[in-house]
Design a protein around this ligand. Structure first.
Ligand SMILES: [Fe+2]
Length: 156
């Protein structure tokens, strides 16, 4: 699926709360993932974000993706070499998409929890997380999609 199709898919799901509402959970301190769908074309996740939840910088390996925010607000940061990250705010009712070249960090900094619908194609299998060493060197770690993303501390 291309990014337009992914965006259409998350928009359709977002408009039908009966599909995603039962998968929302705010009783944990960590981001909560529930897989809504997975086939050989696409996987779809419902993610519940509590205050302070943070993915750290990551990529989605060979997958493109789209996100619909259905409750609250999420902050997306894009790495800028030699400058401060570019900050985008995505509010309930908004969608965005990205191709497989995209590196970003998502976090939630508001008192009100957030919920988002994510679709990836091809389905997520591997991801990359990024660590900035104390000397500024960027390092990528390949991880399984099943490992929860959280900011990785630079090695001491
Ligand atoms: Fe992501």
């Amino acid at each position: 699926m291309n990014t337009t199709e992914l965006r259409d898919l998350v928009s359709r799901i977002a408009a039908d709360p009966q599909q995603w509402r039962p998968l929302v959970r705010f009783d944990t301190a960590e981001r909560h993932f529930e897989q809504l769908w997975r086939d050989d074309q696409v996987d779809v996740w419902v993610i519940s974000w509590a205050n302070g939840n943070d993915t750290g910088f990551h990529d989605h390996d060979v997958s493109s993706g789209a996100v619909a925010v259905v409750e609250g607000e999420l902050v997306e940061e894009r790495l800028v070499v030699g400058g401060a990250p570019r900050v985008l705010r995505h509010r309930a009712g908004e969608t965005f998409d990205f191709d497989a070249s995209h590196v970003h960090r998502m976090h939630q900094d508001a008192a009100v929890p957030a919920v988002s619908i994510h679709a990836y194609s091809p389905p997520l299998w591997r991801m990359g997380t990024y660590v900035v060493e104390p000397d500024g060197t960027l390092r990528r770690q390949s991880i399984s999609y099943a490992e929860e993303l959280r900011p990785v501390e630079a090695a001491a």
